[in-house]
Ligand binder design. Structure first.
Ligand SMILES: [Zn+2]
Length: 325
């Protein structure tokens, strides 16, 4: 049976249990470390903040989290490992990159410009290193490959990343989790992966709840891949009511076995910190790691969704993505 790499070592897919498949333990947008007013990077303090913000999920029986933080968003596996140990929750960390406009692409672009290295090959070698040998000196191995595309386009770096991810996923069996920008390019992502021969069971097209067009969802779902409604609580992008209405439509058509649920919640952000303007604060009022359990699942049940459908989305689908039966 396939094993899953977690930050505390390999586990069987059956051990995942109730899983949040797209969250962030700690992350920072590229450039935060160039801000002279950024809070000092104090790992111990950051771990404490993360544990405090994540601890409430224990009461809901969450047993596993997939941390979808791309390498270039300051992914820090020592923090993730410490949080996993303290919470006693399985955490799978990712290799992979963020989108062209917001990630750290300069290094690879310069190497390609100077004909030192081919970007797609170097990305593939990096993914393989982190999945099979480990991340830095930590001994921790990545259990997922995160890839990203831009709004309404897949740029050249993004295409190189996706093709590199395809090869690494096929070589290792590790699934591909994606970032779509505002729910665009889902079908194009799925076509690229499937066209290169990736098993649709190993593909989760992410942030699909950024789009409420039924035809768009059906187009992606009918390719056989999983989709994620993974931004519950970020109402600045889409009101949760719209996410729930779209989800209910898809569940009514029988797609419970193809949908995963999460928050894209960052339990500690690096940098300066600070509060949003009060009018925006309202739009993030529900964004926490327990929102789905406190508010979304009850709303789904009220609309007639069964415990079995909920279990399929929150337990069975993550297990299947990671190689379980
Ligand atoms: Zn994310």
């Amino acid at each position: 049976m396939a094993k899953i790499n977690t930050v505390l070592g390999p586990i069987n897919p059956e051990s995942l249990g109730l899983t949040l498949p797209h969250e962030h333990i700690a992350a920072g947008y590229p450039g935060w470390d160039c801000d002279p007013l950024a809070r000092p990077f104090d790992r111990e303090k950051i771990v404490k903040v993360c544990v405090r913000n994540l601890e409430p999920l224990k009461a809901f029986g969450v047993n596993a989290i997939v941390d979808a933080t791309a390498v270039d968003l300051s992914r820090d596996v020592d923090i993730i490992k410490a949080v996993s140990e303290k919470l006693q929750v399985h955490i799978v960390c990712s290799t992979g990159r963020y989108l062209e406009g917001l990630g750290k692409w300069t290094y690879l672009l310069m190497r390609q410009r100077d004909k030192i290295g081919d970007m797609q090959t170097e990305l593939y070698e990096g993914f393989m290193q982190e999945i099979t040998n480990g991340i830095g000196q930590s001994g921790i191995k990545a259990g997922a490959i995160k890839v990203s595309s831009s709004l309404n386009r897949i740029g050249p770096c993004e295409e190189a990343m996706m093709r590199a991810a395809v090869k690494a996923s096929k070589d290792t069996g590790v699934p591909i989790l994606t970032h779509t920008e505002d729910g665009t390019m889902g079908p194009e992502q799925a076509d690229l992966f499937i066209g290169e021969g990736v098993d649709p069971q190993k593909i989760v097209i992410g942030h699909m709840c950024g789009n409420s067009t039924m035809a768009y969802h059906l187009n992606v779902l009918d390719k056989g891949v999983y989709i994620a409604f993974d931004r519950f609580g970020i109402e600045a992008l889409v009101p949760d009511k719209v996410r729930i209405a779209t989800l209910l439509g898809l569940l009514a058509l029988g797609y419970a076995d193809r949908i995963l649920l999460s928050h894209d919640f960052t339990s500690c952000g690096f940098g300066r910190g600070g509060r949003r303007p009060p009018e925006d604060e309202k739009l993030f009022a529900n964004w926490s790691v327990t929102h789905i359990f406190r508010n979304i699942l009850p709303a789904l049940k009220k609309a007639g969704i069964t415990d079995e459908q909920i279990r399929t989305m929150t337990v069975d689908n993550p297990r299947c993505v990671f190689g379980g039966a």
